[in-house]
Design a protein around this ligand. Structure first.
Ligand code: ZN
Length: 134
């Protein structure tokens, strides 16, 4: 058996208290090899100070709480808790918290078209039993 664990973990606290953190990228601390994930908080009326796009990576924005607006190319859409938006690399984007509510969201970044299989095509049912399985 190898001494290297097949997992890494962290805890960023409760999302309720996330406003103190602002922005946190977890790729390095979790030693991610196929994605980057960040957790972000914008106070009421706060916005990212630039519009950006990507070279290769698509982004998945997952709104955890609050409200905001999202500029996607020439369109502005409303964001609220539960909103999930996939953004293609070339799309020009900027996010803003609502004027009356802050927003907390996760952003998962992965290389566009890199996923070759998932879930049922990639998962393997193992013979091992967890301690809580009879
Ligand atoms: Zn980005």
């Amino acid at each position: 058996m190898s001494n290297t664990k097949n997992y890494t973990q962290t805890n960023i606290g409760t999302f309720k208290d996330f406003s103190k953190i602002g922005r946190l990228e977890l790729g390095k601390s979790l030693q991610l090899t196929g994605s980057e994930i960040s957790f972000n908080h914008l106070e009421k009326g706060q916005f990212t100070p630039f519009v950006h796009a990507h070279k290769q990576n698509e982004e998945l924005y997952i709104i955890i709480s609050g409200k905001g607006q999202f500029m996607l190319d020439n369109e502005v859409i409303e964001l609220k808790e539960g909103s999930i938006v996939k953004v293609s690399p070339k799309c020009e984007r900027a996010i803003k918290a609502d004027d009356l509510q802050s927003i907390t969201f996760a952003c998962l970044q992965t290389q566009e078209n890199s996923l070759k299989q998932a879930t049922n095509d990639d998962g393997i049912i193992c013979k091992t039993k967890a301690s809580w399985m009879k």
